[in-house]
Every structure is written in C-alpha cells, then in structure tokens.
Design a protein around this ligand. Structure first.
Ligand code: G1P
Length: 306
C-alpha cells in the first residue's frame, strides 16, 4: 500500500481530475536584480540562452499542462510577446536560411488560446496573485510554478509532482531540506507519515524563525493544488510580511483533502538571488554539450587562481 492511499481522506474520490492547468505568477518587481530589471521583467532574464519563464512553461508542458495563466503586472508585456508568433523575425530567419533557429522557435510555439494573462494590480502577496487567477482555475486542480525557482532534474519537477498527484490525489508540494538558519525564507512543513519520498503534511508555516520551525523541509516554487484554495484566499487574511500568503490558505485545506510534500529528484536554483542565478548559469551550461568543455576549461583556470 502506498503512503498516498494510506493517507487518503475517507470519502475522497481515488480517481482524480486530470491536471491540465498552470498558474505562473510573474508580477514581482525583481528589485534584487536592479538595475537589470528596471525596464525588463525579471522572468525574462536568461539562464544561458533561455528566459526563466520559458523554462517554467516548458517544464509545465512536459507534465501535460495545456492551459496557462500568467499573473502579470506593469512592465511585463515582453513576457506575453515572448510567447507570441514573431512574424518579422520568422520571415527574416527564413530569408537568411536559418532553418534550425526557425525550427527551434516553432518547437515551443503556444497553441492559439493556450495562454491567458490576468493582472495583479497591487503587490499584495503570492496568495493574492494566485487569487487573481480564480476565473481561470474554476473547479479544476492546477499547478503553480514560480519561475524564479529553476530545477535541474532527470524528470521535469512538475511531472514528478503530477505523478505524485495521480498517486495520492489532493495537494502536493515539492519540498527540499534547507539549513535551519534559512527556514525564515520559505514555507515550512510539519509532517506526519513519511516514506522518504512522500510525506504527509500536518501543518504549514510561512517563513518561521528557525526556533519556531516545525522542520527544515521547505516548499520550493512548485505546487499542485485543489481549487478550494481560492475560497481560503478570498478572505484576504494577511500573514507573514503583512502579505496574503499562499501557504496560509494551503494550511486551511489540511484535513479536508489529501496533502503531501514530495522530495523531488533534482537540484533547485533560487534564481531570485544573485548567487543562485549565477550558479544556475554554470550548472545549466555544464549540461550543454556545445558548451560544457569550454565552461570547464575557464572554471579550472579561475579555481587555480583562488
Ligand atoms: C514563496 C512562498 C514560500 C516558498 C517560496 C519558494 O516565497 O511564499 O512559501 O517556500 O516561494 O521559492 P517568496 O520566495 O515569494 O518569498
């Protein structure tokens, strides 16, 4: 018997609705990357040669997501443009015989109508951003991907979450252990039954001080949630940092739907942080057959100078 079936809430259907929707909050100001983000969306910052937002969208698509909702804000139009067809660019590439570039652009082209945007007019927190997507979510389960969190893994992180969701039903969040002194940066789990991969969630606390943290198991920016979370968010209760916190609304669902933390396979890079972003550049470049040797070469030289 799997942990998921053991912890399934009685009366809950064991066959769950398919996961087809994802919400991607992209309204953040990106102040940690000023001046780069003064006139540019932080989600358009590239890791090697691909913007953060594209990694997130490709990861979601690999997990069977078909409908996307970007929660945007002022100054984020480049993100929407990025997923549109660029007729002039395509014509120029064709004219110049750059077929490979053209094929690459086409390979991740959005189906017409597959992506919608809603606006978060005020920065009232992650929970408020997700609530802004309430009409898109409707009565369906949905994934959330925070594009700042980049995961390098064999199986795309959202696919790992989707697989866990089909196993257990209910809510599943991707989790990783963090040093105790960093619990105040993340949503932290209080766990019950635990098989080393999936852990039953008994409680959730947003950014607790190390001495108050129930564990050092932290949520990364990947979630599969039940639509009921929207009702809890609509109360607009303020939490940590006086913001409407997604974690607090999720905590209200514990005991009403199955709820698990998944220790995903892979490495997560916090690209909202300069060091994490730099590390992601190196890690992703080292995975590229066309770049790995050159990158190793200059890294060795830098290391020799230390
Ligand atoms: C948000 C969530 C937090 C989660 C984190 C993951 O925090 O509120 O629970 O652990 O993302 O990156 P933020 O990074 O927006 O402060």
């Amino acid at each position: 018997m799997t942990l998921g079936s053991r912890t399934r809430i009685q009366g809950e259907p064991s066959v769950t609705k398919p996961l087809r929707k994802a919400v991607l909050p992209v309204a953040g100001l990106g102040t940690r990357f000023l001046p780069a983000t003064k006139a540019m969306a932080k989600e358009m910052l590239p890791v090697v040669d691909k913007p953060l937002i594209q990694y997130a969208v490709e990861e979601a698509r690999a997990a069977g997501i078909e409908q996307f909702c970007l929660v945007t804000g002022r100054g984020k139009t480049a993100i929407v443009e990025h997923f549109d067809i660029a007729f002039e660019l395509e014509a120029t590439l064709r004219q110049r015989g750059k077929e490979a570039d053209l094929r690459n652009l086409r390979s991740w082209q959005m189906e017409p109508g597959a992506m919608v945007t809603v606006r978060q007019q005020e920065p009232l927190g992650l929970g408020h951003a997700i609530w802004c997507a309430r009409a898109f979510v409707g009565d369906d389960p949905f994934a959330i991907l925070l594009p700042d969190d980049l995961v390098l893994s064999q199986t795309p992180c959202t696919m790992q979450l989707a697989n866990a969701y089909y196993e257990t039903g209910g809510c599943v969040v991707a989790v990783t252990e963090v040093p105790r002194d960093q619990t105040n940066r993340y949503g932290i789990l209080d766990i019950g039954a635990d098989d080393g991969r999936l852990a039953e969630v008994r409680g959730l606390v947003e950014k607790p001080a190390p001495e108050d943290a129930p564990s050092n198991l932290s949520i990364i920016g990947r979630y599969v949630l039940m639509p009921q979370v929207i009702q809890h968010l609509s109360r607009m209760e303020r939490g940590a940092g006086n913001e409407v916190q997604l974690t607090d609304a999720m905590a209200k669902m514990i005991g009403t739907v199955p709820f698990h933390g998944l220790r995903y396979e892979g490495r997560r890079f916090d690209c909202g942080d300069k060091i994490g972003f730099l590390e992601a550049q190196i890690a992703f470049a080292l995975k590229r057959p066309d770049m790995a040797e050159a990158v190793k070469g200059f890294l060795k030289n830098y290391c020799a100078e230390l």
